[in-house]
Design a protein around this ligand. Structure first.
Ligand SMILES: *Cc1c(COP(=O)(O)O)cnc(C)c1O
Length: 307
């Protein structure tokens, strides 16, 4: 979030900045123009994971990124049914320093003592990805998966617009709801990325929002009580999913690292899908109501109740 922290972290062997345009799960929006300016001052390329935002909401190449990656498994394919990824190279980064970028700028015996840069110019990095990481190492996309991703991209605008309306509806209805301590989403004025999101992602930040429950003891009953929303680590599916970062995606972080990431054991991540938002709201509130009532019934004193 803090461009000056990026500047302070640069070392002599720093070869790339790698960041999410919209982070998971708190939806922190990166100040890409500022971070890219710092990187480019030091001849460092900026690689942006734009999975959560999707290209409809954030266009990193226009904001200073050099390379963009997507998990196409998520919003691009959109139906939780294929695995794939996308690497987009702007072709603009100057990789000509052979000491820094030998794979791209140094002559190679295999290429008759020419470099990828001499042979392919601005497409040199893309050719490295194709020849080494696809051809030689072999993680080739299955044809049916490619078809699934292309079909998904065709409906992305319609899905993204529906999801954004539902996200807004859920935030409005749940922000003050009993059993919820906080909602983390840039649409809310108290979110640290509120202003930046308006400037860099005016249409929205995608399907993810984070809900911090009032107490960790609510996590299991709330998740178990959901009838429509399923427990899964995926995002960007047609179906709405809940996950518990502290024991799932972020389970390898220490308590301090979790806290540094703005998370705690009460944080839930929601990936909003295409269901009717009224049904989603009904599911979440019935589960919360039951969980809060059960916890209050077992609480010894009124002070222990947290609704
Ligand atoms: C899921 C995800 C990935 C990894 O993608 P896979 O398709 O699961 O390999 C990378 N970045 C983000 C932000 C993701 O959500």
């Amino acid at each position: 979030a803090d461009p000056s922290a990026w500047a302070a972290a640069i070392e002599s062997d720093t070869r790339a900045f790698f960041l999410e345009s919209v982070s998971n799960p708190l939806c922190t929006v990166a100040d890409l123009p500022a971070i890219a300016a710092i990187a480019h001052e030091h001849n460092i390329p900026v690689v942006v994971d734009n999975t959560l935002a999707t290209p409809l909401n954030v266009r990193p190449l226009e904001l200073g990124a050099d390379i963009v990656v997507h998990s196409a498994t998520k919003g691009l394919a959109g139906h939780g049914s294929v695995l794939g990824g996308v690497v987009v190279d702007s072709g603009k980064f100057d990789f000509s320093d052979a000491a820094r970028w030998p794979q791209i700028a140094a002559p190679r015996v295999r290429l008759n003592n020419t470099s990828l840069l001499e042979r392919h110019g601005p497409a040199a990095y893309a050719m490295l990805v194709r020849s080494k990481f696809l051809h030689d190492l072999g993680p080739t996309l299955a044809p049916a998966s490619a078809q699934g991703i292309l079909a998904g991209i065709e409906t992305l605008p319609v899905r993204a617009a529906h999801v954004q309306r539902s996200v807004t509806r859920l935030i409005d209805a749940l922000a003050e709801y009993p059993g919820i301590a906080a909602i983390h989403h840039p649409a809310l004025p108290e979110h640290p990325s509120h202003e930046l999101a308006r400037a860099l992602a005016p249409k929205g930040t995608g399907c993810v929002l984070a809900i911090e429950l009032a107490h960790p003891s609510l996590v299991s009953p709330v998740i178990d009580g959901l009838k429509l929303i399923s427990l899964a680590a995926n995002v960007g599916d047609t179906r709405t999913m809940v996950s518990h970062p502290a024991t799932m995606t972020h389970c390898r972080l220490s308590a301090q690292q979790l806290a540094d990431a703005g998370l705690n054991t009460s944080t839930l991540r929601l990936s909003v899908g295409l269901e009717d938002p009224a049904d989603l709201l009904a599911d979440i509130t019935q589960s919360l109501d039951l969980a809060v009532a059960a916890t209050q019934a077992t609480a010894g004193t009124k002070e222990e109740s947290f609704a």
